[in-house]
Design a protein around this ligand. Structure first.
Ligand code: NAD
Length: 345
């Protein structure tokens, strides 16, 4: 494997391989860009098929963080760590302590946090070895789960999209299809219901759907039926790549705006959605509420400022939609361009 020649290598500043035979730690810390500040991004623990898959994921995710953090106007760059292993069977306190030492050795150029396969409890262990960690529990000065902030960002982002695409001042009376009722999706559904939207929901766990039906009067459909429903807005809050060659031709939506990362399977789909008259809210712009909260925690900014910053996601999206419309471009490519201008300086 030649890291510099992997398709996902994008001029990354630094890629660190951390190895600790005593605890079994094998981790990759990828620092994409630090022009705006130290790189921040979560630590993913995953059973990768091989080392190259882990490196590829670290490269791709760290690059994504640079774009997300720049568009959220945060004083941080983009980085990500991946630990190779099964979080359910391979994770031990010693392994997380060794990961903390690895983060410490990068000397503040990378700040870690929780992600898929890691938790605030793991970050508390990391904190024993390094101060370059965020996303901690309340007992360590952390501010808890970032998901409600993410859900708020998506909610105001849907509002901005509805205004731009449909001239609507609120989501009242609109139908929103929510895919995935987890930490973000359920809270989003709650906010949409409170604002008067009708909901169509799906989740692979039937109990989540039943709760949403009982609490919000949501109509429940099967996981594959969500792509065909009659709704103005589709809010993907489960998986990536749900806008793909198989699903895109089925959509009757006017807007796609949700929390999931990497919603477009390929860049070309951004152009396809535009041609189909579907307004796409770039995922890393609309789902930045969580990192805004985690970043404020790390820099010890007043908690009251977080909501205002998250609400600004609506303004950023409006700027992207307006610029895209005036240039006949698609919002995904406009967001990429704006982000690059912000982090390349
Ligand atoms: P979560 O794991 O709590 O929820 C995901 C939900 O999706 C679960 O209820 C799961 O059962 C459901 N699901 C999985 N596969 C599905 C399928 N095929 N069809 C329908 N439902 C399915 O995750 P989360 O924290 O709510 O995050 C949701 C998405 O948003 C993820 O893509 C995540 O990467 C992204 N995101 C989350 C945050 C955050 O603050 N939590 C921040 C940025 C981005």
């Amino acid at each position: 494997m030649n890291v510099f020649e992997l398709p996902d290598f994008d001029g990354h500043e630094q890629v660190v391989f951390a190895n600790d035979p005593k605890t079994g730690l094998k981790a990759v810390i990828a620092i994409h860009n630090t022009h705006r500040g130290p790189a921040m991004g979560g630590c993913r623990m995953w059973k990768y098929v091989d080392t190259q898959a882990a490196v590829t994921d670290a490269l791709r995710l760290s690059r994504g963080m640079t774009y997300k953090n720049a568009m959220a106007d945060l004083p941080i760059g983009g980085g990500k760590a991946v630990i190779i292993g099964d979080a359910r069977t391979d994770k031990t306190p010693e392994l997380m302590l060794a990961f903390g030492e690895a983060v410490e050795r990068v000397a503040g150029r990378y700040i870690t946090a929780e992600d898929v396969g890691s938790s605030p409890a793991d970050m508390a262990l990391v904190r024993e070895k390094t101060r370059f960690v965020a996303g901690l529990g309340g007992e360590l000065g952390g501010r808890g789960d970032p998901s409600p902030a993410t859900a708020l960002g998506v909610f105001v982002g849907i509002g901005a999209a509805a205004k731009h695409r449909l001239g609507a001042d609120s989501v009242a009376g609109m139908t929103v299809a929510v895919q995935g009722l987890g930490h973000v999706g359920y809270d989003l559904a709650r906010q949409l219901h409170a604002a008067g939207a009708r909901l169509i929901v799906t989740d692979i766990h039937a109990d989540n759907c039943q709760r949403a039906a009982a609490e919000f009067g949501a109509k429940v459909v099967g996981p594959d039926e969500i792509y065909d429903v009659d709704a103005e807005v589709f809010a993907p809050c489960a998986l990536g790549a749900i806008v793909n060659d198989k699903t895109a031709s089925r959509f009757k939506f006017k807007i796609i705006a949700g929390a999931a990362n990497n919603q477009l399977a390929t860049d070309a789909l951004g152009e396809h959605l535009k041609s189909a008259g579907i307004l796409y809210a770039p995922d890393y712009v609309i789902n930045a509420g969580g990192i805004i909260k985690v970043c404020a925690e790390y820099f010890k900014e007043p908690a009251e400022q977080v909501e205002g910053r998250v609400r600004k996601i609506a303004d950023t999206l409006t700027e992207i939609f307006t610029s895209a419309a005036s240039r006949g471009a698609n919002p995904a490519s406009v967001a990429d361009e704006m982000a690059r201008a912000r982090f390349s300086a």
